[in-house]
Structures are given as structure tokens and as C-alpha cells.
Design a protein around this ligand. Structure first.
Ligand SMILES: [Zn+2]
Length: 278
């Protein structure tokens, strides 16, 4: 499942080719996503110019000059790829956009590809995409100053829920999924079962730093494998990052050698080290 680092990597890959390009046309080959695509509304964006490619949590935001734009969520298996316009269609290419503009832009096509169709492609003609109702309840971005130790303490105050569940809550911090929460808590040396309200300020500081380091590291690694990641003929599967805890059940902890344990929290697998996560 695509997590924040994959979405950020896609955002970066689109920024340079598409910034300033003008939407020329769009084909919707299958409108049955998590919400049906509003085809006429999507077509009404033709002729508009892309101002910027943004990201909020796990949403990609294609902002248009003058307001409005596209809001794309990758769901369980979605991707956004840039390919030469004459590239053979993939079975799961549900939406294709063409552009006009200088040089390479006019020969490029952006495709939304999603085998399981849990993704979203939404459009707005006007206004700030960042104020879309789907984004209204999202907490701060992990890289923002608002994601501070004071903020974490405030959100955790008197909370008895496990710290892992708190960090999985998108209203607490945007875009942190199951894999990266496990990685962050391992890096911070914090037991995922610890009640959020019992974590000290010094430990919250470690959680905050680990969040930034783990995500930034994954984005860097994603950048180095970007060509494979974008390969239109490649197999599904997102770029592989070096995971320290997630998926390593019964293997020795890379820090203390204890056996990594897997438990279930709110129906999701948690991987942690009972030897060095307290
Ligand atoms: Zn350990």
C-alpha cells in the first residue's frame, strides 16, 4: 500500500515535468473508483494551467493557476505515472491526461493506474484544494513545525490509547501509515503498547525526531529507485525501503539482537522489539 514516502516521491517526479503545463484533454476509461469519477467536471479543467504539485498526507494535489485542480488518492494499489503519449495502455490505466506546453510536456501523458480501484480522482474548478472537505480533519504534516513535542503532549494528555494507535490517527499526524509507525517507534525505542498519556516529553522528542528521520530516509531511498518505480512496464510493487522492524517477525533486532515480535493492534500488525522498545 502506498504510504507517504511513495506519494511524496510521485509528487517530486511530477513537479518538474508538469509545473506550468496546460491540461489539454482527458480520457476516463473506467470511472468506478472508490467514488465514481465525475467525468464532466474533470473535462471542464481542460485548458487550465498547472501551478504546482502538492501533497497533503497521502493525497496528491495538482493545483491550477487561478484555483481548483485535481485531488488524487492512491488507495491500496494506485500509481500516477508519466509516460510518452503513444505508450500502450495498461489494463488498469483508468484515467489519462494529455498536456500542451513546451518541449517534452506536449508528448507526455499522465496516467492514473489502480488495479484494485480503491483510489480517488476528484476535481474542483475553483478554490483552494487544501480546503477540500476530505482534508479538513487531517492533522499536521510530519515535516511541519506544528508537529512539535508540545503538540504531541497536548494530543496525548490523559489518553490511555496505545501510542501506536495515536500515531496511526490521521487527525493527529497526516499520512503516517502502519509500516512507518512501526519503524518510527522502533527507531525511537518506544514500545507501541505504551499508553500515549504516559510518555515523557523526552520520549516524545525522540518520536518526533524518528518520524522525520524515518520518512526523510524513505523518501531519499525512493528517489534513488525512482526510475524503476516509474517504469510503466514494471511489475506492481512500490519501491523497497530498508525496514528495521516491520515484516521482521522472529528475526533478530538490528539494535539489541532480541527476537522481533508481531502483535495485533486495532486489527493491524505491529512489529516491535521487546528487548529495546520500552
Ligand atoms: Zn531490540
Amino acid at each position: 500500500m502506498p504510504e507517504l514516502p511513495e506519494v511524496e516521491t510521485i509528487r517530486r517526479s511530477l513537479q518538474e515535468p508538469l509545473e506550468g503545463a496546460r491540461l489539454l484533454s482527458v480520457q476516463v476509461r473506467d470511472r468506478r473508483l472508490r467514488r465514481p469519477i465525475a467525468v464532466a467536471a474533470l473535462e471542464r479543467l481542460n485548458g487550465r494551467q498547472i501551478a504546482d504539485i502538492g501533497r497533503r498526507g497521502k493525497y496528491l494535489l495538482l493545483h491550477l493557476v487561478g484555483g481548483g485542480g485535481l485531488l488524487i488518492h492512491l488507495g491500496m494499489s494506485g500509481r500516477v505515472v508519466l509516460v510518452p503519449r503513444d505508450t500502450v495502455l495498461d489494463l488498469h490505466d483508468h484515467v489519462c491526461w494529455q498536456f500542451e506546453g513546451d518541449g517534452a510536456r506536449c508528448g507526455v501523458e499522465m496516467r492514473f493506474r489502480d488495479p484494485r480501484r480503491f483510489g480517488l480522482v476528484l476535481s474542483r474548478a475553483t478554490g483552494d484544494l487544501g480546503e477540500h472537505p476530505l482534508l479538513a480533519s487531517l492533522g499536521p504534516e510530519p515535516f511541519d513545525a506544528a508537529f512539535s513535542v508540545d503538540y504531541l503532549r497536548e494530543r496525548a494528555a490523559r489518553s490511555r490509547r496505545p501510542v501506536k494507535n495515536m500515531l496511526m490517527d490521521a487527525s493527529v499526524v497526516a499520512g503516517l501509515g502502519n509500516i512507518y509507525v512501526c519503524e518510527v517507534l522502533w527507531a525511537a525505542g518506544v514500545n507501541p503498547k505504551t499508553q500515549a498519556g504516559r510518555i515523557s516529553p523526552a520520549r516524545w522528542a525522540r518520536v518526533r525526531e524518528a518520524t522525520i528521520e524515518v520518512l526523510a530516509g524513505a523518501i531519499d531511498q525512493g528517489g534513488t529507485t525512482l526510475n524503476d518505480f516509474r517504469d510503466p512496464s514494471g511489475e506492481m510493487g512500490y519501491f523497497q525501503v530498508r525496514l528495521q522492524a516491520y515484516g521482521r517477525e522472529a528475526q533478530p533486532c538490528l539494535r539489541c539482537g532480541s527476537s522481533i515480535r508481531r502483535i495485533s493492534q486495532s486489527g493491524r500488525s505491529t512489529f516491535y522489539c521487546p528487548g529495546c522498545q520500552h
